[in-house]
Design a protein. Structure first.
Length: 271
């Protein structure tokens, strides 16, 4: 990878990170995060030329977005957020989140403490509230759930964003039905995150995911974003991947020029 592709511009974007506060309460039945403050990821990302972050609400905090919102307010306008909301979240609260930099809401269908309700009903509840504010709906889902997502997003509604390569793991067959669903989602204007490589049955340098990533990139064209998934909650604190190792697969899949352009522009999702 060239030096230019590695360092990037001073305004680069990492579109999937989490921040954790030791004082915040977490939901039972899942991992217990280590404290990971905003300035820690800002410093690490800065070495790769990344100045802007998209803070994604982690499942352990449920719909208590306090840690994320406080981080957004440290330097107003610099970063963006994706929150988790429930039926008790008021319109006034959503408007305050928007002013703080939130541009999307997340539904998690993978985590042990993720969404376990009627997902179609949840979508109908969320969609008009998100669309009214120009927010997107970000899904953490498995390949066998993509057809359902395509059906939900077939009509008017918020833009669909798919976490972590839409769950397309290294063992996925070229003819798997998930590909047809993904084609439908791409045709509907969905976006996809090139992130979470180690969640997909692969190990660094993630070469086994190259064919899938290139096929995804051809489907989604410019509607791609990269995310490091920092601080890599799948790993023990003393075995963290290199930050740059989450970026290098993007360069390998797209080539240095296209990869750098992807990272260094502000995605329309977060404007």
């Amino acid at each position: 990878m060239s030096d230019a592709a590695g360092r990037g511009a001073a305004e680069g974007w990492d579109c999937h990170v989490h921040v954790f506060d030791a004082a915040a309460s977490v939901r039972a039945g899942h991992y217990r995060p280590q404290p990971r403050p905003l300035d820690q990821i800002e410093e690490e990302a800065g070495r790769l030329g990344v100045r802007h972050l998209v803070l994604v609400q982690p499942s352990v905090y449920g719909s208590d977005n306090g840690v994320l919102l406080r981080a957004l307010k440290v330097e107003p306008g610099r970063h963006r957020g994706v929150v988790v909301i429930d039926g008790d979240t008021t319109d006034a609260a959503l408007d305050a989140m928007h002013a703080a930099g939130v541009r999307g809401a997340r539904l998690n269908r993978v985590s042990p403490v993720g969404e376990s309700v009627d997902i179609a009903a949840r979508f109908r509840q969320l969609a008009p509230r998100l669309q009214a504010r120009g927010w997107h709906l970000q899904w953490y889902a498995r390949p066998d759930q993509l057809a359902e997502l395509a059906a939900l997003h077939a009509g008017p509604g918020p833009t669909c964003v798919l976490d972590h390569l839409a769950g397309l793991h290294a063992g996925l067959d070229d003819g798997h039905p998930a590909w047809r669903a993904l084609e439908s989602l791409a045709a509907q204007g969905a976006w996809i995150k090139l992130s979470g490589w180690y969640r997909l049955g692969a190990a660094e340098p993630y070469d086994e995911l190259l064919p899938i990533t290139r096929r995804v990139a051809a489907l989604f064209e410019e509607r791609l974003v990269w995310g490091s998934d920092w601080p890599h909650t799948s790993f023990k604190p003393d075995r963290q991947p290199r930050y740059a190792s989450t970026w290098e697969p993007v360069v390998d899949a797209l080539g240095a020029t296209r990869a750098a352009a992807l990272r260094d522009r502000m995605p329309a999702l977060y404007r």
